[in-house]
Design a protein around this ligand. Structure first.
Ligand code: ZN
Ligand code: CA
Length: 317
């Protein structure tokens, strides 16, 4: 009897936990990609072409820095969602720290990984000109009647549908901030239709001011901008971390050890033993749990290989 009750209670908690997980995913990018594939039958082909182009630049060590103008589109229904310019600046600061290895936790990187933690030399600045060449502070505010958006909702990209028209994604990084109901954020990969080529972040894990832990470090945006610059999750294309089959799938970066993906900061995790397969490591090494493209909540680095992949994406576009 007691055992039955225990089993029932366990089932109950498993159900509660999984419903929480499914109600708001860490990252909606892979689901969004699958959705984009269904509405754009050229996307797969375009991504393949980009991948072929990138191969040419992959091992080239670019020294130049990139400056990317950013426009933040704040889409709000109520005052909580109408976030402040200070909050926006706090998020921009995190992006600049993380992509230039000026993050304050950089010195906590374990010794195994310190040599290949990268200064990506990518800077983000608020746009100073609109697409019509008017002056701007790089932020737009749009009040909407839409209570919340899902990762499959395209209305956010159109003035006429309760969102905000995207600015030319070849000239700007568009970061939308809204009440995103089912993920902390998502991004489009290079090759996505220009009308939807953007990053979208949920308002209450955006920036660092008065945000609840553990999503108070602005790292959701760092992770999603990584996707926007063509980075995959460290465990490859599987939607969720923790799947043993991920050891046989690649993130197209050689110096990130193969892994199944972590949802906690277990620094001794070694989930795959075939790290030598990509030609960078000669032995089995521990997982790069603290990589920005993980879900560990102790993310603090990109690798040199990821840096080259992102810069190749910028170079080829
Ligand atoms: Zn992601
Ligand atoms: Ca390993």
């Amino acid at each position: 009897m007691l055992k039955m009750l225990k089993i029932q209670l366990t089932l109950f908690f498993v159900m509660i936990t999984s419903s929480l997980v499914f109600s708001q995913e860490r990252c909606g990018t892979m689901n969004r990609l699958n959705y984009e594939m269904t509405i754009d039958n050229q996307l797969n082909h375009k991504r393949q072409k980009i991948e072929n182009k990138i191969k040419k630049w992959k091992n080239f060590n670019f020294q130049n820095s990139y400056d990317i103008p950013v426009v933040f589109h704040i889409i709000y229904e109520d005052n909580n969602e109408n976030i402040s310019l200070d909050q926006i600046q706090s998020q921009l600061n995190v992006l600049n720290e993380d992509f230039n290895r000026n993050n304050s936790d950089a010195n906590q990187t374990p010794s195994e990984f310190i040599d290949f933690a990268a200064d990506c030399n990518i800077n983000f600045c608020l746009a100073q000109r609109t697409p019509n060449n008017d002056s701007t502070n790089g932020v737009t505010f749009t009040q909407t009647n839409i209570e919340s958006f899902s990762i499959y909702d395209n209305r956010i990209f159109y003035d006429s549908l309760g969102g905000k028209d995207i600015w030319d994604p070849n000239k700007y990084l568009n970061i939308y901030v809204c009440d995103l109901s089912n993920a902390l954020g998502f991004a489009s990969f290079p090759g996505t239709s220009q009308s939807r080529d953007a990053v979208v972040i949920n308002y209450n894990n955006f920036g660092t001011i008065n945000i609840l832990a553990p999503y108070n470090k602005g790292r959701t945006a760092t992770h999603e901008v990584g996707h926007w610059l063509n980075l995959e999750h460290l465990w490859g294309p599987n939607n969720n971390p923790g799947n043993a089959s991920s050891c046989s799938s690649d993130d197209y970066v050689d110096d990130t050890p193969r892994c199944i993906g972590m949802t906690s900061c277990n620094l001794t995790s070694n989930s795959c033993s075939n790290d030598a397969i990509d030609g960078y490591w000669t032995t089995d090494v521990v997982d790069n749990v603290e990589n920005y493209m993980e879900y560990s909540n102790c993310e603090k680095m990109f690798t040199n290989g990821q840096k080259n992949r992102m810069r190749a994406a910028l170079q080829s576009s």
